[in-house]
Design a protein around this ligand. Structure first.
Ligand code: MN
Length: 745
C-alpha cells in the first residue's frame, strides 16, 4: 500500500528527529551524509510496506536507530547498521549490496543482524532445546562484534514498546524470549534502564493484572512517598550544599518488575515491601579531587545524618561490577526508623550506569568493534569458550550462560596480586577453574590468605588464593555441588562426560567378557537384577561405574542368584554314605577320628581334627591341649588357633603329620560356575570314577544359569585335594573352585 501524505509526513518527522539526535555523534559532514544516505536507502527498500500496527515499516528501523543513538549512545556506524537492520531480511537487497553502498564494516554488522533475525523468525515451536540451540547460535555473533548484540537489544526494545499490535501467541513468544535472554543480556552489558524497561514490558504482557495492580499501587502511594523522600532528603541537601558539592538528588521507585519479583519470591504483598525506592545522589566531580574520595566524602556526610546498616555497604567504586557499573551504595536508617538505600555516583558513573559499556567507548567505536576490553572482554571470552565446548548441549549452555549474566560479584586476588572477579558464593574450586580448566581439573587444595583449606571452601572479597594441584586428582561428580561459575560447571561436566564415555566403553567390555565367560546372554532380565544391586539407574551408569572401577563383577554370580526376581531355582543335594561306615570297621565308627596318619611325637595321645578349619595331611598344623589332656588339631592359619595361641599359649602342642596313611579326611570345596546340561555328571564322573574319591555331599543351587555349591569329600592329603581342585577347575563351566575350611549345612 502506497504511503499517504500523512505517512510521508510522519516518516519525515521521525527522520529529522534522528538527524538532530545524530548531530552529537557526527564529527564530520561525511558522517551525517552517511546517516542520511542510510535513511533514504532503508526508506526506499521498505517502500510501501507496513507493520502490523499499520504504520509504515520504515518507522521501525528509524526508531531503533534513535534508541541506539539516544538511549545507548553508540556511534555513526551503529546508527547506519540499525537503519539497515531489516533490509537484507525483508527486501531484495543482499549483504554485498550493503557492502557496495556502505562499506565492509557496516555490511558485516547488517549480516550479523540478519542472521539473528533468522534465528528468531524460524518457527521453533515450543521445543526448548531447539530454541536454546538458536539462542546459542545468536550468541555466536557476540564474539564478532558486541555492537550487533546491542543493536539487536535496541530492536527488541522497540518491538516490545509496540507489542500491543501483535497477536497474542506472538506476544507470548516475544515476551518469553525477552525475559529469558534479552533482559539478562542488557543487564550484563550494563544497559540498566533498557533492562528494566524490557522487564516491565514483559510483565505487562505476560501478567497484565499483576502489572496494573503494582502500577496503581505505586501511583496511589506516590504522595506519601514523595513527602517521606523530601523529609529524608532535606538534611542531606543542606549538608551537601554546605560542603559546596554540585549535585542532584532524587528518590526513585524501583521498577514494577523488581517489585513484582520480590512479592513473588517472598510471597508478600505490596505494602510489605520496605525498599520500594532508592535515593540517588549524582555529583559533578570537582576536578582536582579523585571521584572515589568524593564518593566517600558524600557517604560520610550522609551517614553523619543517618545511621548506616554495617553489612549493607556496596563499594563498586574501587572495584566496578563486571558489567562496568560503578557506584557507592549504602543502606541507612531514615526517619520513622525506615531503611532506605542511598546510591552515590559521579556524573560519569551515572552515564555508565544508564548506558552500560557503550558509555565507556562512546566516541571510540573502534574499540567496541574489536570486542572492547577488560571485564566485558573477559566475559565475552568466557561465552566464546563455552560456545566452543563441543559436548555441552544447548540447554545446559544457556543455563550456565544465564548464570553468568546475573551473578553479583566478589573480587579476589592471585598470589601475584592479579585481580579476578567471581560471583558471590564462589569457592576456591571456582577460582581454580577461573584461572584455567587444567588447574581446576587437578586442584587438591587451596591456600586462602596463606592458610591451607579444602578446595570447596567459599571465598570472600579480598581473599588471596593459591591453588594446590596434583596429577593424581581428577574431577568428581560431587565437585558440581561445590562450584557456582558457569566455567567450572561446564569444565567439570566436560571432563566427566569424556571420562564417562571412556568408562562406559571400558565397562561394557569388562561386562561382556564376564558374561561370555559365564555363557550368559545379557538380557533385559539380567539388567533388571544387576542395576539395582549396583545402584545404577541405567545401563550407561552401570557400565560407567564398572569402567571407572567404582564397582567390580567379583560377586556378580551372587547378585544374579540372590536377587532372582523370578524363582527359577534348581537345587540339588546329594548325600553319600560315610565311607568309614561303609568300610564297616568298628573303630572307624567312633566319633573320634582314627589315629595314625597324624601326629605328635607321642603316638598314644588322643587327638581330634578341629571342625573350624578341617586340616588334612599336608596342611601345617598345631595342636591345643585341653584340661583333660585331649588335643585338637587346627590349621596353623586357623583364626580360632590364633585366638587360642594368644590366650592359652601354654596349651600349644607342636604337631605334624607323621605319615600319610590310607585314611581319608573330610574337606569342603566351594564351587561356582555356569550351569549347563551335564555339568553334574561331569563332576561326579571326575570325582568318583576317575579319581576314586568319596563324595560325602554335593549341594548345588542354580539361578539364572549360574550355580554355586559345596562339595564335601574325603581326601587322603592336601596333594589329593590340590589335584582334584585343579581337575574340577578344568570342567567346562566351572568358574571358581575354592577350598573352604568349614561348612555348616
Ligand atoms: Mn527489527
Amino acid at each position: 500500500m502506497e504511503y499517504t501524505e500523512k505517512d510521508e509526513k510522519q516518516i519525515g518527522k521521525l527522520g529529522e528527529a534522528l538527524f538532530e539526535s545524530c548531530r552529537k555523534i557526527c564529527k564530520q559532514e561525511s558522517d551525517m551524509e552517511l546517516i542520511r544516505k542510510a535513511f533514504y536507502f532503508a526508506k526506499d527498500a521498505h517502500k510501501g510496506v507496513r507493520r502490523k500496527s499499520g504504520e509504515p515499516y520504515i518507522l521501525h528501523p528509524v526508531s531503533v536507530a534513535l534508541i541506539v543513538v539516544n538511549e545507548i549512545g553508540l556511534g555513526v556506524k551503529s546508527v547506519v547498521a540499525a537503519l539497515m537492520h531489516d533490509v537484507v531480511e525483508d527486501t531484495d537487497y543482499t549483504v554485498s549490496d550493503i557492502e557496495h553502498f556502505f562499506g565492509e564494516k557496516i555490511a558485516r554488522m547488517v549480516d550479523g543482524l540478519t542472521k539473528m533475525s533468522e534465528v528468531f523468525l524460524s518457527d521453533v515451536g515450543d521445543e526448548t532445546s531447539k530454541q536454546a540451540e538458536n539462542f546459542k547460535k545468536m550468541l555466536l555473533t557476540l564474539s564478532d562484534d558486541v555492537r550487533v548484540i546491542i543493536i539487536k537489544i535496541a530492536d527488541r526494545l522497540h518491538n516490545m514498546r509496540t507489542l500491543g499490535s501483535m497477536p497474542a501467541h506472538k506476544q507470548m513468544k516475544i515476551t518469553s524470549e525477552t525475559i529469558y535472554l534479552f533482559a539478562p543480556l542488557a543487564h550484563r552489558l550494563g544497559l540498566y534502564s533498557i533492562k528494566s524497561e524490557l522487564e516491565d514490558l514483559s510483565l505487562k504482557y505476560r501478567f497484565p493484572d499483576d502489572y496494573k495492580y503494582i502500577r496503581d499501587k505505586i501511583a496511589a502511594t506516590e504522595s506519601t512517598r514523595r513527602q517521606y523522600i523530601d523529609r529524608f532528603n532535606a538534611p542531606i541537601i543542606e549538608a551537601l550544599k554546605a560542603n559546596n558539592i554540585d549535585f542532584e538528588i532524587s528518590g526513585r521507585v524501583k521498577s514494577v518488575y523488581s517489585i513484582w519479583r520480590k512479592m513473588q519470591r517472598k510471597g508478600i504483598g505490596f505494602d510489605e515491601i520496605y525498599d520500594i525506592f532508592a535515593i540517588r545522589i549524582v555529583f559533578k566531580p570537582s576536578p582536582l579531587i579523585p571521584e572515589k574520595s568524593q564518593c566517600w566524602h558524600i557517604y560520610s556526610l550522609v551517614t553523619d545524618i543517618y545511621k548506616p546498616k554495617p553489612d549493607r555497604i556496596r563499594d563498586w567504586v574501587n572495584i566496578p561490577k563486571a558489567n562496568g557499573y560503578e557506584a557507592l551504595h549504602c543502606t541507612v536508617m531514615g526517619p520513622d526508623g525506615e531503611w532506605a538505600e542511598v546510591q552515590i555516583r559521579s556524573q560519569r558513573m551515572e552515564e555508565i550506569a544508564e548506558r552500560g559499556f557503550a558509555a565507556h567507548w562512546k566516541y571510540k567505536e573502534e574499540m567496541l568493534s574489536r570486542g572492547a576490553d577488560g571485564e566485558l572482554d573477559r566475559w565475552i571470552k568466557q561465552v566464546r569458550e563455552a560456545l566452543n565446548s563441543p559436548t555441552e548441549n544447548a540447554v545446559e549452555f544457556l543455563d550456565n550462560f544465564k548464570l553468568s549474566l546475573y551473578a553479583s560479584e566478589i573480587v579476589v586476588f592471585t598470589p601475584k596480586g592479579d585481580q579476578r572477579t567471581l560471583p558471590q558464593g564462589a569457592t576456591a574450586l571456582d577460582f581454580a577453574y577461573d584461572i584455567h580448566s587444567k588447574i581446576g581439573n587437578s586442584a587438591v587444595g587451596a591456600k586462602i590468605n596463606h592458610r591451607i583449606v579444602s578446595i570447596f571452601t567459599p571465598i570472600g572479597s579480598g581473599d588471596q588464593i593459591e591453588i594446590i594441584t596434583s596429577n593424581n586428582v581428577t574431577p568428581k561428580v560431587e565437585w558440581l555441588e561445590h562450584v557456582v561459575t558457569a566455567k567450572a560447571k561446564s569444565s567439570i561436566k566436560n571432563f566427566l562426560k569424556k571420562d564417562k564415555l571412556n568408562n562406559i566403553e571400558r565397562g561394557m567390555i569388562l561386562f561382556e567378557e564376564k558374561m561370555r565367560e559365564f555363557g550368559i546372554q545379557p538380557s533385559a532380565r539380567v539388567f533388571r537384577k544387576l542395576l539395582p544391586a549396583y545402584e545404577s539407574t541405567n545401563k550407561d551408569e552401570f557400565y560407567s561405574k564398572l569402567g571407572a572401577g567404582i564397582i567390580n563383577l567379583d560377586g556378580v554370580e551372587k547378585v544374579l542368584r540372590q536377587n532372582a526376581a523370578s524363582k527359577m531355582i534348581k537345587y540339588w543335594s546329594l548325600q553319600f554314605p560315610n565311607p568309614f561306615k561303609l568300610l564297616g570297621g568298628g573303630g572307624q565308627e567312633k566319633k573320634k577320628m582314627p589315629e595314625g596318619p597324624l601326629l605328635l611325637k607321642d603316638d598314644d595321645i588322643k587327638f581330634s581334627i578341629a571342625e573350624c578349619c578341617s586340616p588334612i595331611p599336608g596342611d601345617q598344623v598345631v595342636g591345643f591341649k585341653d584340661d583333660a589332656g585331649h588335643i585338637t588339631v587346627h590349621k596353623r592359619s586357623c583364626k580360632e588357633a590364633v585366638r587360642l595361641a594368644a590366650q592359652h599359649g601354654e596349651n600349644i602342642v607342636p604337631a605334624q603329620w607323621s605319615s600319610f596313611k590310607a585314611v581319608s579326611y573330610l574337606t569342603h570345596i566351594e564351587l561356582r560356575g555356569i550351569d549347563r546340561m551335564g555339568i553334574m555328571l561331569d563332576m561326579a564322573k571326575l570325582i568318583s570314577e576317575e579319581m576314586n574319591i568319596n563324595i560325602r555331599e554335593l549341594k548345588l543351587q542354580s539361578h539364572d544359569g549360574i550355580f554355586e555349591g559345596v562339595l564335601s569329600l574325603y581326601v587322603k592329603s592336601i596333594d589329593d585335594l590340590k589335584t582334584i581342585m585343579a581337575r574340577l577347575g578344568k570342567i567346562r563351566g566351572i568358574e571358581k573352585v575354592r577350598r573352604i575350611e568349614a561348612y555348616n549345612e
